[in-house]
Every structure is written in structure tokens, then in C-alpha cells.
Design a protein around this ligand. Structure first.
Ligand code: HEC
Length: 111
């Protein structure tokens, strides 16, 4: 599997209440492919990979990915289908949670 190898450890600290709803929605709609805590699975990449940090993939990229799906261009997992039943506000909540996870990863890796 060609997933990036940099991200191996789960985020240990508790999720802040502000991101509880984003976590719930992420686990419901996204974790099946992107993994618990966005660590990745055999069906989708870890969103904690630095290529998904805000300087490469803006919050708008998350909205577009969910609405239209994704044609594979970074990995060999195949396409991401459009995800039904997730409103733009809910995508914003999910994105907020993923950004928080990304920040924990930066802290956790000492970078
Ligand atoms: C059926 C599996 C699947 C589900 C469910 C899924 N994704 Fe994905 N997602 C993928 C795959 C596969 C890719 C990588 C495509 C590639 O190779 O670039 C991807 C890529 C992405 C990207 C990067 C888009 C880009 O422009 O490169 C974002 C952001 C994303 N997913 C967010 C989400 C969010 C948020 C959810 C939940 C609402 C979600 N995904 C649910 C499979 C999935």
C-alpha cells in the first residue's frame, strides 16, 4: 500500500469539545476510508499527511472533495466518491476537526 509512512501514531490527547461534532461526523462519513483520527486505511489516505495541510489543500478543497468526489492524483487508492448527506456546515466542522488533528501531529512530531 503506497500510503505515506510518516504518520504512525494516533493522537493521544482528548478532542476538545469544540471539535466533538466534527469528530462524530468524520467518524460517521469519512473514517471508513480515511481511518479513525484520519490515520488512513487500505481504502483512503491519511489526511494527516503533510500534503493535506492548509498550504496544500485549503478548507475549500475539503468542500469540493465531499461535493464532487476526488479523481485520484496523489495515491493509488482509486477515486473518492461524492459523499451524500453531508452539508457544507458539516464539512466545515469535519475540516475543523481534521485541522486540529493535523496540528497535534505537528506538535507530536516535534516540527
Ligand atoms: C470511499 C472512500 C472515501 C470516503 C468515504 C471518503 N474519502 Fe476522502 N478520499 C478518498 C481517496 C481514495 C482519496 C485520495 C484520492 C487521491 O489519490 O488523490 C481521498 C481524498 C480526499 C481529500 C483530498 C482531496 C484532494 O484535492 O486531493 C480530502 C480533502 C478528502 N478526501 C476528504 C474527505 C472527507 C472530509 C470525507 C468525509 C466527509 C471523505 N474524504 C470520505 C476516499 C474516501
Amino acid at each position: 500500500m503506497p500510503a505515506p509512512s510518516a504518520i504512525q501514531t494516533a493522537v493521544a490527547r482528548p478532542v476538545p469539545p469544540a471539535h466533538a461534532e466534527g469528530e462524530r461526523l468524520f467518524n460517521l462519513h469519512c473514517a471508513g476510508c480515511h481511518g479513525v483520527q484520519a490515520l488512513g486505511t487500505t481504502k483512503g489516505p491519511p489526511l494527516l499527511s503533510p500534503i493535506y495541510f492548509p498550504n496544500h489543500h485549503s478548507d475549500g478543497a475539503f468542500q469540493v472533495a465531499v461535493q464532487r468526489g476526488v479523481t485520484p492524483h496523489h495515491f493509488n487508492f482509486g477515486p473518492m466518491p461524492p459523499i451524500q448527506g453531508v452539508s457544507p456546515d458539516q464539512v466545515s466542522a469535519i475540516t475543523g476537526y481534521v485541522r486540529w488533528l493535523q496540528q497535534q501531529t505537528i506538535i507530536g512530531s516535534g516540527g
